[in-house]
Design a binder for this molecule. Sequence first.
Ligand code: SF4
Length: 381
Amino acid sequence: MMDQATRTRKIRIGGVEVGGGAPVVVQSMCATRTVDIDKTIAQTHQLARAGAGIVRIALDNAKEVPALKEIRAQTPGVTLSVDLQENYRIAGKVAPYVDKIRYNPGHLHHIEKSKTIPQKVKWLVDIARDHDLAIRIGVNCGSVAPAFLEKYPGDQLTAIVESAAYHCALMEEYGFDRFVVSLKDSDPAKVLEANRRMTERRPDVPLHLGVTEAGLPPDGIIKTRLAFEKLLAQHIGDTIRVSLTLPNERKHEEVVVGHQIIADVKAGRFISVPDFGTGMNIISCPSCSRVENEKFVELTQQVKELTTYASQYRITIAVMGCRVNGPGETDDADLGLWCGPTTVNLKKKDRKVGNFTYEDVLPRLRSEVDRLIAERSPAMN
Ligand code: SF4
């Protein structure tokens, strides 16, 4: 495994060391429904067997905590992280069953509006300290804290780096340093730049790298490599996750690919794809416990096949697995699809086109792609 520079501080997450010269840790996330205990236990083992040092599980509400408790009991030795999503208050209930909590600074304002952000962070720090947990400050370009968007209008990269730096400072003010930071986006160029800037800003803070919604392999792997190869070669990144759209039985391939990228960088093998990203760009989430219909992965593959005829056009299509992040994460795409239990919502930028069955959405998508192509002059291809 590749050792990173000793510049970052070393922290412990469960039984795993991150940063400070420790080998880069590959993480992954369960895509099974958390309440489906047997499947989630099986997937946790599947990911750990493939070499995941940390396995993340998403919880939406307190009703899912008994499932997490059972998952914890049946996965001894696996370092578990939990994603708090919009409900940071769930941290108090999940803390006994995990080794790390991940919160998104851009989601803290959603609940308990009478409390300040520092009050909320202090509460999370106290929970972490009491339960021997680490924390990930997980900043995402798709959900930047409103205060930082207002402070740096039109400069999203500065907004996310400053938001992360602010949360680092809050943690330290409360005497807590067992944290890592992630700065994610679906655009590898932004991931590259954001992490370089964060390293300049806070060289001591361990970083978790990720290109969100990288999509189906092989394109999703190429997008991830575009950012990871350069960053890892500069000793930036102490943990990584490769977010690929894969069916559950192949989910462990994320981990295999992560280890392969690390090995390639260590051996000086870089995959150069100079023209990648100049044509059709399909973004799709890796799915998680929130995915509303397992047809999501198949739908993404169908979107890829259906749009092959337009591969030379610079069009971005986003396919997302749920109603929670789907509406927001598709806003910047030319065309967006987000899945519900029985239907798919189709959008053109931030405007809703309609709600279609999983079958009917494909011909409608085709006509929207045709319309986009017709609207564009050849120079804009
Ligand atoms: S878009 Fe929804 S289903 Fe997909 S990874 Fe994000 S939260 Fe999970």
